[in-house]
Design a protein around this ligand. Structure first.
Ligand code: PRP
Length: 185
């Protein structure tokens, strides 16, 4: 079988994984619990699940397959930039295809750090008058929080370590690892 292609500035996964924090089985079990809770909370209602790209797409794809609800899926991507040395701004770089007015919306993230990305997204999406917006993040790194964001569903809390896998990248690599791990930088 052909060897996987590794970007020239990145090492193979076996060289960079320091410690696996959440393995496949642990993630699978926790997603089942989250899916049961979400399915119960939204029983009888239709849900639009919005995966925040890029990191949120793997978690979202696994989560929606465990929901016992009518679900639509859409995607949005934001980018942070620094217009001057004192501020961080966020902008949408890929917008939704769907109209969310009057709909129940669940935003899916892989990780929440400062909360700046979600804060911008929630403020922006609220202007489109959905019936509700809730947030589900696989990981919560609250030590880094700058904005208070209510997270409705959280898979695991983590500390301030550099993480890769299950959507999380280092220079766009390692998102496809089936586990979440700390990295040898
Ligand atoms: C990561 C993550 C969140 C955001 C959280 O995305 O997926 O979207 O950062 O950070 P914050 O809470 O400090 O705003 P990133 O910008 O790395 O892009 P990616 O999802 O494409 O990897």
């Amino acid at each position: 079988m052909d060897q996987p292609v590794i970007a020239s500035d990145c090492k193979g996964a076996s060289e960079v994984v320091e410690e696996v924090l959440f393995d496949e089985a642990t993630i699978f079990k926790r997603i089942g619990e989250l899916a049961n809770q979400i399915s119960s909370d939204y029983e009888g209602r239709d849900l639009i699940v919005i995966a925040v790209l890029k990191g949120g797409f793997i978690f979202a794809s696994d989560l929606i397959r465990r929901l016992s609800l009518p679900v639509s899926i859409d995607f949005i991507a934001v980018s942070r930039y620094v217009p001057n040395s004192e501020t961080v701004q966020v902008k949408i770089v890929k917008d939704l295809d769907m109209d969310i007015k009057g709909k129940e919306v669940l935003l899916i993230e892989d990780i929440v750090d400062t909360g700046l990305s979600l804060n911008y997204l929630i403020t922006t999406l609220r202007d489109r008058e959905p019936a509700s917006i809730a947030i589900c993040s696989l990981l919560d790194r609250s030590d880094l929080r700058l904005v208070n964001i209510p997270l409705n569903y959280v898979g695991f809390t983590v500390t301030d370590e550099f993480l890769i896998g299950y959507g999380l990248d280092y220079r766009e690599n390692y998102r496809n690892l089936p586990f979440v791990a700390t990295m040898n930088l």
